[in-house]
Design a protein around this ligand. Sequence first.
Ligand code: SF4
Length: 364
Amino acid sequence: MKFVNEYRDSELGKKLIDRIHHHSTKPIRLMEFCSGHTVAIFKHGIRQLLPQTIEMLSGPGCPICVTANIDLDKAIALAHLPNVIITTFGDMLRVPGSHSSLQLAKAEGNDIRIVYSAQDAVYMAKDNPDKSVIFIGIGFETTAPTIAASILQAEEEGINNYHILCLHKLCPPIMKALLDLGEVRLNGIVCPGHVSAIIGSYPYQFIPDDYGIACVVSGFEPLDILLCIDMLVNQIETEQYKVEIAYRRGVKPEGNKQAKLLMDTVFEVGEANWRGIGVVPLSGLRLRKRYERFDAEKNFDINPGPSSEAKGCICGSILRGVSTPLDCKLFRHNCTPEHPLGPCMVSAEGSCATYYHYGASYGE
Ligand code: SF4
């Protein structure tokens, strides 16, 4: 398969691993922000192939996991309104909120449907003019342009019963917030490939400039990740910190201009509430005033009540990189993919699910 097989070549992989072992002389700590990278790193056993000098941490890059319970509770409250169809990506259904989940709300008879894109939700609104169709808009810069396109389509076609619950989040601001928290000392960051395909690599420049931390954008195949780690090690060993791209086939420094224009047309930057971190200014997207009529929060009266976390669940500290799933007493015993207690076990890309499927014995 083109663009896949050549990035899984075992001989090239071995050469890269040898090079990393050869060059890495001092203990360093790298963080992959994207949950897609976490899955790939575990699935391909990359942690075990690295020298002991390199410690890998997982960051807050799973859009489902970082959605705060207070926002999940809003989605569940919206689902209980009459004449409403909630549309969402599949994984969101099982995520436990403070008191319930969308899955439970669906079992109670509320109309909640899984869609594969926001455009599906627009079509659903068109087909159900007597109902309000609300799309749960989660995700980073990767998905935001498609949601923006769905708003523009609804406007163009005069579809006024389409709304979004806008929970979109931005990657560079949360990287900055985590670095400012100072809970984990990092030497290098594996920057997300999909997000960077949209925003490019320029927005990460503050990482080497202000924090003296190495920064390389990576793809998702094993050779992409090994090359990225090799480039990070090289920056750290030579103390020449910069932003580099190890995923040239997917990412340009300037990003995707059309996608950025779409986002900028429909959204403006605002605060966002992150699980485990709290409200971070300028780390999310909200609809511009012109598109407020599509904003579910502004158009529906809901009272989700006080939010709370599942007792014993440490998803928040896992997302900040200060704990791993192995630190959670509930991991594998009370909390499994079949009976998840927190979002990191629900999402296929959540750290807990990833450890459960690919790496439960790692570090034990
Ligand atoms: Fe939360 Fe379950 Fe992960 Fe523990 S194992 S942190 S309860 S999701």
